[in-house]
Design a protein around this ligand. Sequence first.
Ligand code: PLP
Length: 397
Amino acid sequence: MNYNEKMYGLGSKRSIIREIFEYSKARAKEIGAENVYDFSLGNPSVPAPAEVNEAIANLLKTESSVLLHGYTSAQGDLGVRTAISNSINERFGAGINPNLIYMTCGAAASLSICLKAVFEGNDEECIVFAPFFTEYRVFIENAGGKIVVSTPKEKTFQVDIEDFEKKINEKTRAVIVNSPNNPSGVVYSEETIKALCEVLKKKQEEYGKVIYLIADEPYRELVYSGVTVPYLMNYYDNTLVCYSYSKSLSLPGERIGYIAVNPKMQDAQNVYLCVCGAGRSLGYVCAPSLFQQVIKNCLNAKVNIEAYKENRDLLYDNLTEYGYECVKPDGAFYLFVKALEPDAYKFYEKAKKHEILVVPCDDFGVSGYVRIAYCTSKATVLGALPAFKALAEEYRK
Ligand code: PLP
């Protein structure tokens, strides 16, 4: 081969989500988009808040082209980083400062940078909690690490602390926590977070090394029924937060987010410089300038999550009544449903015959489940309900 075999593998490997996406488009042409119940993609259906477009219009009127379209500092505009650190301090009292914030092209870039920043090579390991966002494997391996999967508690999909403790060893360098979770929608309770951090503190002492906690938080703002998402910096010093506005402001195509390094972290400023170095080495310098400024003006803006909540309730209440098993999600916009047969792929194929498109989740580290992304219109959910019912009945026959 005259090219990188590993990259060829990543580029050419069949992705089930991409496959479903292509199928969905083709099927919509055949039978009409309104008759295809596509729950495959985590693309927000709720529009960005009005403040976003207002900010863009105002910025175009009032700011110079050089500011809006030129390079910023590699780590992001200082004014933007100051506004974000003030907002973090107001909300979470984290005592952060702008020189610990690094602007990125969304959570994917934030994660890739953090992993690259902390791995030293030598087969170091990163623990993830199943079910997990499938791209973690790609990001971890690309940073030179090895993924280790911790199995969740049955039914609740909370972290199984005993299993987690067993998975840590002297090679563990990092742990990724994603709550609200993709694909389960579960929010890890404060009790879970406290227990997890206690284990980490104990293991750091035992092995005499730092273990980094990487909080992947694109769904932080998408929570229902007043549930609180613990801010991990307040529970564990060696925490890096990977934040993204992709879901919280419905801006996934704009590629904007940030990394925040906990000021209480051991050698925080040096770790921040590692983040800057990793950003540089990966070519992730200067996140989109216009959107850095937009974010500065929209720090208190919120998407209307009522539409997601309505979809969640409709799906959860009806699907459980039809006999499906799933944990009621407190956040994000995913429902993690047990397939009605052991092989989730076969179940996905049968659902497809009812025009329902869901994602089989074996690659997310839990087999026998599918993910329903309910960031769709309410009409899609309402249209799909009889199809879900018919599918359940087909299995009962
Ligand atoms: N982490 C999780 C858990 C996600 O679900 C996603 C996107 O769906 C990402 C990271 C990547 O987000 P971004 O679009 O901000 O790169």
